[in-house]
Structure formats: structure tokens, C-alpha cells
Design a protein around this ligand. Structure first.
Ligand code: NAI
Length: 271
């Protein structure tokens, strides 16, 4: 049994993961705005630094698992999307690496990405690159020029940066070579307060409802948490840098077998 840090543990996918991980006998250190061991606002530099320090103190610098689930989505402000979804994730991935390497067993990391990484069209590479370079000033400045779909670009860029971080670092000596298995889950539309916020929005509601889900309906937080729990378990000892899509087939349908490709953001052409 070990210590698992879960950001965004108070709601949705993070809360469902917390329930499963605790039922399996692990100790959870939750990080969230409310109802968590570590109360923190991950949208600010100060909040992120304080949260990281608090986590390290509570765990004595030894962590067996990490799940980064804190996040926001449309229709919240696009700057917040970058700050929470990317910077609020990167701080834990990078900042807890040594504590994960100090685990007695094989430590596991599951970053929560999204199927928007592959299904959201024309996400600007320059924005993703700025995020991965930790150039917040450039990333935020770029948002000013991205037009009406800026929130969609910000969301997909933040989640693509998370996926690329995982792909780039997971197989390296500092991660796989130091006893850490880092992977990502890429959920599709999952019925949580975050998704409900999008569904209730005048602009995003119809777009979300119109997006094809071959299995029908939306996923549940428990369906995503089941995979996260597996990716935290011994089953993932031989797994590093994988992005696991749990999305009812949307990625397979939209991306098919001629990826990479670009297409118009026209829902009608996808159904
Ligand atoms: P949720 O809204 O149920 O949970 C998100 C959690 O993050 C909440 O507990 C919230 O308080 C916390 N959080 C938000 N802002 C924060 C801040 N500034 N500081 C600290 N904590 C903060 O949402 P859900 O759906 O469970 O989302 C979890 C993750 O899954 C997110 O990263 C989201 O982008 C991702 N995701 C969700 C999908 C969906 O359809 N629900 C689809 C694909 C990815």
C-alpha cells in the first residue's frame, strides 16, 4: 500500500479515482480548491508552489503514485485553462519526480489528458511549444490572436502539452530509468461538473452534443477512474509513455487511419 497524490480530487474523475484508490488501501493526498488535504489554487504561481511544498512535506518526499486530474474546460476563461490544465499539471509532474523516484516500488504517474489532443482541429503548434518551453508570457500573448475558438485552442493545447510531456519524459533515464512509469489517460466526453458546464453553454453545448461518440452517450467518471487505477497498479509496470484513449471511440472515428490530417471544424462532416 502506498501514498497516492491526486490533484482535482474533490470532483469528477479525480474524486472517482480517489474512491477507488482508497478502497484499494492506499493513502490519498488530495489537492484541490476544497475538500482536500492540500487546499490550493493551481491557477497562480504562488498557489502551485505552496501546493507542491505542502505535498512534499506531508509525504516526507516519498510518493508511490500521482494522478493529475485538476482541470477546467469551456466556457471558463482561456487564460485559466492554460494556467490550471498545463502549468497546474507540469508543476506536479516535474516537482514530484524525485519523490516518485524515492518510492520503494515502481512508482506510477497518470496524467489526465484528453481526446481533444487528436480530435480538436488545427491546434496551434506554436502555442503547444510555448507551453512545453514553460514560456507563459508567450503562451498567454498568443491567445489574443486566436479568434472566436480561442477557448477550444487553449484547452486542446493544454492537454496536448500534457500528452507530449508524458511522451517525451516517460522513456528517459530520469523517469523509466528511475523506477517511474508515467502514462496518460485521454478521456472523451465524461459526465462531470466540467462537462455539464460546457453542455449548459450556448456556444459549446451544441458542439459537445454534436461531437460523435460511436458507443453513444457520455462516459462516467468511474469508467475513467477504473483505467487510472489499473495504470497505477502493477499492471502498468511494463508501460511507459502510453496515451490511453477512453472515449467511446471518438478518437478512432475522427482520426481513423489517415492521421495526421486536418479537417474543417464542421460537425456535420464528421457524423
Ligand atoms: P471536475 O470539474 O469534476 O473536476 C475538476 C477538479 O479540478 C475539481 O475538483 C476542481 O475543483 C479542480 N480544480 C479546478 N480548478 C482548480 C484550481 N484552480 N486549483 C485546484 N483545483 C482546481 O472535472 P472532470 O471532468 O473530472 O475533469 C478532470 C480532468 O479530466 C480535467 O483535467 C479535465 O480537463 C479532464 N477531462 C475531462 C473530460 C470530461 O469530459 N469531463 C474529458 C477529457 C478530459
Amino acid at each position: 500500500m502506498g501514498t497516492v497524490v491526486i490533484t482535482g480530487s474533490a470532483s469528477g474523475i479525480g474524486a472517482a479515482t480517489r474512491t477507488r484508490v482508497e478502497a484499494a488501501g492506499h493513502t490519498v493526498v488530495g489537492v484541490d480548491l476544497r475538500d482536500a488535504e492540500v487546499l490550493a489554487d493551481l491557477s497562480t504561481d504562488e498557489g502551485r508552489s505552496a501546493a507542491l511544498a505542502d505535498v512534499l512535506e506531508r509525504t516526507d518526499g516519498v510518493i508511490d503514485g500521482l494522478v493529475t486530474s485538476a482541470g477546467v474546460g469551456p466556457p471558463v476563461n482561456e487564460h485559466l485553462v492554460l494556467d490550471i490544465n498545463w502549468f497546474g499539471t507540469e508543476v506536479f509532474l516535474t516537482g514530484l519526480r524525485e519523490a516518485l523516484a524515492a518510492s520503494e516500488g515502481i512508482a506510477k504517474v497518470v496524467a489526465v489528458s484528453s481526446n481533444s489532443t487528436t480530435t480538436s482541429p488545427n491546434t496551434p503548434d506554436e502555442l503547444i511549444d510555448a507551453l512545453l518551453a514553460m514560456d507563459g508570457a508567450s503562451a498567454h500573448a498568443q491567445l489574443e490572436d486566436l479568434g472566436d475558438f480561442v477557448i477550444g485552442f487553449a484547452y486542446a493545447a493544454s492537454k496536448t502539452a500534457v500528452a507530449r510531456y508524458v511522451r517525451r519524459h516517460a522513456p528517459t533515464p530520469e523517469w523509466a530509468g528511475s523506477g517511474i512509469r508515467m502514462n496518460a489517460v485521454a478521456p472523451g466526453a465524461t459526465m462531470t461538473p466540467l462537462l455539464q458546464g460546457g453542455l449548459d453553454d450556448e456556444m459549446f453545448g451544441p458542439a459537445i452534443k454534436g461531437f460523435p461518440v460511436p458507443t453513444g452517450g457520455f462516459g462516467s467518471p468511474e469508467q475513467i477512474a477504473t483505467w487510472i487505477e489499473m495504470m497505477l497498479s502493477d499492471a502498468a509496470d511494463f508501460m511507459a509513455g502510453s496515451i490511453v484513449f477512453v472515449d467511446g471511440g471518438t478518437d478512432a472515428m475522427v482520426r481513423a487511419d489517415d492521421w495526421p490530417r486536418t479537417y474543417n471544424f464542421d460537425m456535420g462532416s464528421l457524423s
